[in-house]
Design a protein around this ligand. Sequence first.
Ligand SMILES: [Zn+2]
Length: 412
Amino acid sequence: MSITQTLSRPESDVLAALDGRREAMIETVVAWSKINSGSTNLAGLERMVEVLAPRLAALGGELAIRDPAPVEAVDSQGRLTPQPVGRNLHLVVRPDAPLQVLLVGHMDTVFQADDPFQDVVWREPGVLNGPGVADMKGGLLVILEALAAFEQSPWTDKLGYQVVFNADEEISSFGSGPLLANAASRAHLGLVYEPATTPDGVLASARKGRAAFTLVARGRSAHAGRNPEDGRNAIVAAADFAVRASALNGAREGLTLNVARIEGGGGTNVVPELALVRLETRVASHEDRHWVEAELARLAREIGAARDLTLELHGRFTRPPKPFDARTQALFETVRQCGADLGQPISWQATGGCCDGNNLAAAGLAVVDTLGVRGGAIHSPAEFLIVDSLVERAKLSALLLMRLAAGDVAAP
Ligand SMILES: [Zn+2]
């Protein structure tokens, strides 16, 4: 299908400007991906704030750098300790316009400052390999370029927006969670710029919910030879919990549970008094979420009582399940139509992965959360970005914003 038949003249004009942005976008994504911004690298995340703030400010509106909410994690001694996370960027443009859109991207990556994967190289012509090129330095750039293009359209007064660039998505957005929830409460729909789920651009529809838990088993130490009967073995209790928790796998359709790590113990002549089990679980529905929470709490209670020691369960669902409801599906159909008019075939599939889209959906928004670039192998040293998708995806979002603003399509 020919582009000129399906795009209006003002739409074509706005989108044509993006064609000239290809080289600048490639250069920018390379530069940003060379800045290490692992979730724990606060200096690197501040550097990202420095380079992104002027780009956001150029769109107009009001820009703020927001401190994260306090975050705590269970350390290897079973103690809750503060966990430093980075600051977040929040832009508000035309908050009084009739339609309000929330665009979200994360500045952090899973590659920390000491990771060997730091450089960006061409894997082959048109394909960049580097930390965060797809997840999601490329996505941040798509947001900025799409909005800059939209600002040149005739419909700007009809649509206002917020942009949140957060610093802790890869570690569950504890610090940016309240900011995201507050921003969502003032928006009609959410657009998140995670990379597409496949290199040819398939979007994620339903997403499972995810919880991470740490079980802290506190027993009593004793000499393994002189008075073992006085001891209460925390490792054995933790292991009992691990085995029985793991047996919940598949107890509900789509429920998975991964016992990921056990910590504790010391010399072989000491009954261990402390052990930790770290696990995560993923579920497809809200009912399953409540069910697995109750089951894990019951196991902790029962094993603690039977073995005469204390089992504390820390953690919660940081990513609620994201169902694919009718309202969300309608928004996806709109994206598909925009794609079709640009010669970009759009499809979608459910995924077990989760992201900030889960939380925006839980806050009541219809959300498309894979509007970022095409690429793959994310969270691995093979991560890649197909550079043609930078302009392509910027056009897709710019057209979506224009059509929402023009009222050509119903907003959810
Ligand atoms: Zn991501």
